[in-house]
Write a protein that binds this ligand. Structure first.
Ligand code: GLN
Ligand code: ZN
Length: 764
């Protein structure tokens, strides 16, 4: 019989219960048993919810108090030495220490999970890395579900993906060199699950959707040959793309089932059916695990029928494309959207219902699921036809964009001269990235305003006061280019999406970003336009308070696109272009209001990069084009900045240069200026502000320390193209450390100015 499967359910709880409990534990307000009880309650709730939705194969071990990659690192005993005895048990507190750091041990690095906005903790791999089964979490949770009467299929991240996500900490060590020593521990974990009664396991190897090297392919072959004989039956899951040229490899592995992402790569079904051997079960990922649109059930049903015809009902499973970790939990809790809009959407719970409807149709014929199919068709037709989200002027304008719209009037040297004549900045100008601390008073006022207890004017008074004190503080510190501090924004993408036509915000659409941090990605429903200026009032207000230049502060089109749920009825590039035009209008209005410097943040530029080489050039072309469209409409004398952080930028340097921003500020302190070589190597043509202060560490760097970093930068980048700034925005820090660190930054810039020679500092 065709079975429905869930590959993973969101952990945080519909009301972010996990976040609240975990943070309470960190703050000492609840003890560990209380936290563990919340975890158990959430697991039980989610298992029962999936069971009640009619899901046949329910996952366990998809739960985590912080991150599932971290959990596997702990389970394999790969705890870095600074967090405890080698070979010791890796419990909850050890995991939290690894994720968050301690007074004496810096946290493990964190980075984005493939092309999603979920962050995992990067495994650290040592030359003599030892592995041993060090946690029974997977087995415990399997037994916990069993005790509740629910048979689960435990989920584990695959050994090859785990190694590939790791970072070797010894020169010459390749992560895959450790496979042979890893496999016994991993095998022990699988054997323990089998002994506990697990019939199947789901092993996730999303690397199968990447371009693999011969070594990686060999590692996959070796790993599964070694593991399969002593393991429960393995459902090998690939997602975030098609198997492509890895299909033959995947089909040849000794596993009992293969999961395909048929949302990202629907065309792979046919070749997979042809390649699949003997008794292998095929899991069809036909419901989108990455987006919130209600499924077109008729369309999702087609591949199921095709697979049924080829394999028969016992070898077909119906599943989401990937874990539901990346979508919000329950649309029924959503109060921010009207009924029509809600009818077009599906969150995790609703996606389970879609799976069940598809399975019913597969088992008993489409007539048996007629109501669900009809509702799906009606919703889709309604969305397609709705005039509410269509703006013909927007699509016409996007179609009329010309090459001239993507070019500044003059090349950088001429712009630089015009900007210098206007701004008169000293050598190595000092600035910040945009946000300042969100004080308790500001948060209180915002909460009261949202509850309707503080009227708009009262809230504006608080924001104005915050901005004024931020300006005075920056003047006193001696910064050269000021910011208003972004007190009116919490999440920047949510802020802009809330002001753009065509985008909606949710009230309950929380998705885990990392650990206890959750975001509510906006939903881009239709054509995007900017009905009225978004930032001009506060930027002008700030500029009127000071004679020094104040940077206007915008979020770029690619980042808004990347951190939202995007409409699925046109290419992402088309949606991005519409956002770019909206930002372009804002840039023009800021310029008209007399703002001489405008920063357009694009921290997400890199993460939109397709996972496979073949798609990259095309993506970079339109992403760069969108930034240029947003930024190029200004006069030479208006200075455009951009900002990027926390990504691997070395492989996209030519595209970063092609943005043609006058100045780019970029995170560099955290990676100890490793980035500079890339800029120097390609002779980056415009100005750069490499970050001098790792703003994620609760530590104030000294002036000497920042001076040393700046000198290193000045050795490879001509000083007249160098700026001094922190790594990123300061909204997560507190004012005392901000003031201390920025005072040191200004002092460092002044010292290097003297030695780097040239112009004296501008008089105050
Ligand atoms: N201007 C934003 C800030 O300072 C940039 C944030 C980011 O890079 N993610 O907060
Ligand atoms: Zn940043």
């Amino acid at each position: 019989m065709v079975r429905t499967a869930s590959l993973g359910f969101p952990r945080i709880g519909a009301r972010r219960e996990l976040k609240q409990a975990t943070e309470a534990y960190w703050q000492g307000r609840i003890d560990q048993p209380a936290l563990l009880a919340v975890g158990a309650e959430l697991r039980a709730r989610h298992w029962r919810l999936q069971q009640a939705a009619g899901i046949d194969i329910i996952p366990s071990n998809d739960f985590s108090f912080y991150d599932h990659v971290l959990d596997l690192t702990a389970a394999l005993g790969a705890v870095p030495a600074r967090f405890g005895e080698p070979g010791g048990a890796a419990g909850l507190d050890t995991c939290f220490a690894m994720a968050r750091g301690t007074a004496s041990a810096p946290a493990m690095a964190m980075t984005k999970w493939f092309d999603t906005n979920y962050h995992y903790l990067v495994p650290e791999l040592e030359e003599e890395q030892r592995f041993a089964l060090a946690s029974t979490k997977a087995v415990d949770e399997f037994l916990e579900a069993k005790a509740l009467g629910i048979e689960t299929r435990p989920v584990l991240l695959g050994p090859v993906t785990w190694l590939c996500l790791g970072r070797a900490r010894a020169p010459g060590l390749a992560p895959l060199d450790l496979l042979a020593s890893l496999l016994p521990a991993y095998g022990a974990l699988l054997a323990a699950l089998k002994a506990a009664g697990a019939d199947w396991v789901q092993i996730d190897e999303p690397v199968l959707a990447l371009d693999l090297t011969d070594d990686q392919r060999a590692a996959l072959r070796a790993a599964y040959a070694a593991l399969a004989p002593h393991a429960p039956r393995i459902m090998l899951a690939s997602y975030f793309g098609g198997l492509g040229d890895n299909l033959a490899l995947a089909a040849s592995l000794p596993v009992a089932g293969l999961h395909l992402d048929l949302i990202q790569a629907p065309a792979q079904l046919e070749s997979a059916l042809a390649a699949l051997g003997g008794e292998t079960v095929l899991s069809l990922g036909v419901i989108d695990g990455r987006n919130v649109w209600r499924a077109d059930l008729a369309r999702a049903f087609a591949p199921i029928q095709e697979a049924l015809a080829a394999l028969g009902p016992d070898r077909v499973q119906v599943a989401p494309s990937c874990s539901l970790l990346h979508v919000p939990i329950d649309l029924d809790l959503e109060t921010g959207l009207d009924a029509e809009l809600r009818g077009w959407l599906a969150f995790a719970r609703q996606k389970l219902d879609e799976l069940t409807a598809l399975a019913t149709a597969a088992r008993k014929g489409v007539a048996a699921a007629r109501a669900a199919f009809a509702d799906s068709a009606t919703a889709l037709a309604g969305r397609r036809a709705s005039p509410r989200w269509q703006d013909p002027a927007v699509s016409a304008r996007a179609a009329a964009v010309t090459a001239a719209d993507l070019r500044r009037a003059s090349p950088w040297p001429a712009r630089h001269a015009a900007q210098q004549a206007r701004l008169g900045l000293p050598l190595l100008p000092t600035t910040t990235i945009g946000s300042f601390p969100q004080t308790a008073e500001l948060r209180r006022a915002r909460a009261a305003w949202r509850r309707g207890e503080l009227e708009e004017a009262g809230y504006d008074t608080v924001l104005g006061a915050e901005i004024e004190s931020a300006i005075r503080c920056q003047e006193a510190l001696g910064l050269d280019v000021l910011v208003h501090g972004e007190p009116e924004r919490t999440d920047m993408v949510e802020h802009f999406a809330g002001l753009l036509a065509g985008c909606v915000l949710t009230t309950a659409g929380w998705v885990q970003s990392y650990g206890t941090r959750c975001v509510k990605p906006p939903i881009i429903v239709g054509d995007v336009a900017r009905p009225r200026p978004m930032t001009v009032a506060w930027s002008s207000f700030a500029q009127a308070l000071t004679r020094r230049p104040v940077k206007g502060m915008l979020t770029g089109p690619v980042t808004i696109l990347q951190w939202s749920f995007v409409r699925d009825d046109q290419p992402r590039a088309a949606t991005c272009r519409q956002i770019a035009l909206a930002i372009r209008d804002e840039v023009a209005d800021l310029e008209r209001a007399g703002i001489g410097i405008i920063q357009i943040d694009e921290p997400a530029l890199r993460e939109g990069l397709p996972l496979r080489q073949a798609g990259r050039a095309g993506y970079l072309r339109w992403a760069v084009e969108c930034f240029r469209l947003a930024s190029s409409g200004v006069k030479d004398a208006t200075q455009i900045h951009t900002h990027m952080c926390y990504s691997e930028f070395n492989d996209i340097m030519p595209s970063i240069a092609a943005l043609d921003a006058d100045v780019i500020s970029i995170e560099a302190a955290r990676s100890a200026m490793a980035l500079l070589d890339a800029f120097a190597g390609m002779a980056y043509p415009n100005a750069i502000g490499p970050g001098l202060w790792d703003i994620h560490a609760p530590r104030v760097p000294s002036a000497r320390e920042m001076q040393a970093l700046l000198e290193r930068a000045a050795a490879v980048i001509p000083p007249d193209r160098l700026w001094a700034n922190p790594d990123c925005g300061l909204k997560t820090r507190a004012w005392p450390e901000v003031e201390a660190a920025l005072a040191n930054l200004v002092e460092a810039a002044k010292s290097v100015r003297c030695t780097a020679g040239g112009r004296p500092p501008a008089p105050d």
